[in-house]
Design a protein. Structure first.
Length: 272
């Protein structure tokens, strides 16, 4: 495929994926009062474009998507204490944070067999980068607004982790299945050949059960964490309630669900 044709296809596919990501971002399981939410794999379409078309095109696509999120989240600017703070919020929380999703393009591979592995590594890298920019914004322009000024960095790390962690897990699960279903290396996205027909029915059922358990644990984790972030008396968001979260239970259940899911994935990928 020549460069001009590839750019045209990228522009068309990128526009479709930005629209899809925007729609998915509106389905929120959790929506924090000062920004941040857990959505239905809204980052995945942008990451897919980055994986298929490379780092530069991925960053551009992510930045444009960040612009659409800015338009939908203009209310966040109302908390800015100055025009400089407003500019910092736009740059850090929207443009750079979502442009970071294009980092998946670093791991874009033409290797059909390593597609799932490289895509998941890319997802984790991009999510970490997005988390970084949100944390920087939290401990600078949001200090004294959504997080205490004295411990801005600590509270920013916690606040942004409460939605980025479940969002990352959901995206990894969605990315894994997408990579196992579609051929990212083809000129057009198409179903990839699998060995599912050769897999025992029990293995497929085990995988479905493991996914159901993981989804259930994620719902529990979200309720356990965010349920403590609301002041019982005033009903307002209170990040200091994070200390009351049953972290031991959350950690054990999450670790067990992840192990079960990983084991089920290994069993499912074994040939009959």
């Amino acid at each position: 495929m020549n460069k001009k044709r590839k750019n045209i296809i990228w522009l068309c596919e990128g526009a479709i994926m930005i629209a899809l990501a925007t729609v998915l971002s509106m389905f929120k399981a959790v929506d924090l009062p000062y920004g941040g939410s857990v959505t239905v794999c809204s980052m995945l379409p942008i990451m897919l474009v980055a994986y298929r078309y490379g780092l530069v095109r991925g960053i551009i696509t992510g930045a444009v998507y960040g612009g659409t999120q800015l338009i939908l989240g203009m209310s966040a600017l109302s908390y800015a204490t100055s025009w400089q703070a407003a500019v910092a919020i736009v740059v850090l929380d929207f443009i750079l944070a979502f442009a970071a999703l294009g980092l998946v393009g670093i791991f874009g591979s033409k290797s059909y067999e390593k597609q799932a592995l490289t895509f998941i590594i890319g997802i984790l890298t991009a999510c970490a980068a997005r988390y970084f920019f949100h944390v920087v914004a939290g401990c600078t322009v949001w200090a004294g607004v959504s997080v205490p000024s004295g411990d801005g960095l600590i509270y920013s790390l916690i606040y942004n982790a409460t939605y980025m962690l479940p969002e990352t897990i959901v995206t990894v699960i969605g990315g894994f299945y997408l990579a196992k279903t579609l051929d990212f290396t083809a000129d057009r996205l198409s179903p990839r050949s699998t060995a599912s027909a050769e897999q025992p029915k029990a293995a497929r059922i085990f995988m479905a059960v493991a996914l159901f358990v993981l989804a259930g644990v994620l719902v529990y984790d979200t309720a356990a964490i965010f349920g403590k972030l609301q002041n019982a008396e005033s009903g307002e968001f209170d990040i200091t309630g994070i200390s009351a979260v049953p972290w031991l239970t959350v950690g054990i259940l999450t670790a067990a669900a992840v192990v079960l899911f990983t084991f089920a994935a290994l069993v499912k990928n074994r040939k009959k």
